[in-house]
Design a protein around this ligand. Structure first.
Ligand code: THU
Length: 137
């Protein structure tokens, strides 16, 4: 990674690592934990929740966004995702995260951590979803 993790980023990563233990992934065995920090400094978490009717599965990132929205949060500054291999958010989750990004989406940092290797990659929302669809400009 290009730059050391800040204490805030480390805390967020720890929250994602911890909540990952609650992933409901009987179909794939691929556990995902997500934690995000809103602009009030609050941390919200989510895990992937799979279903025997596969298409009903919801990713960890979108469940974390749901938790934030339910508690009134509307702006995300940091996201941490923990998987076994450091996989980054899927396309659908990128679009959903973008909805709550700052006006300049490079202000939203996304950390992807691989539990197996211990490696972390830092991205920005702007890097992960260039030319995003926006209805309201
Ligand atoms: N998954 C996530 O939770 N987030 C992503 O961004 C990609 C995939 C979940 C969905 C499914 O439960 C499992 O990982 C394997 O695709």
């Amino acid at each position: 990674m290009n730059k050391e993790l800040t204490p805030e980023e480390q805390e967020l990563l720890e929250a994602a690592r911890t909540v990952r233990g609650n992933a409901h992934c009987p179909e794939s065995g691929y556990a995902v934990g997500a934690a995000l920090r809103d602009d009030a400094g609050r941390v919200h978490v989510g895990v992937n929740v799979e279903n025997a009717s596969y298409g009903l599965t919801v990713c960890a990132e979108r469940n974390a966004v749901g938790a934030m929205a339910a508690s009134g949060g509307r702006r995300i500054l940091q996201v941490a995702v923990v998987t076994r291999d450091g996989g980054s958010p899927c396309g659908a989750c990128r679009q959903v995260l973008m909805e709550f990004a700052p006006d300049d989406p490079s202000g939203l940092v996304i950390l992807c951590h691989a539990a197996d290797s211990g490696k972390t990659e830092r991205h920005t929302m702007a890097d992960l979803l260039p030319h995003a669809f926006r209805l309201h400009r």
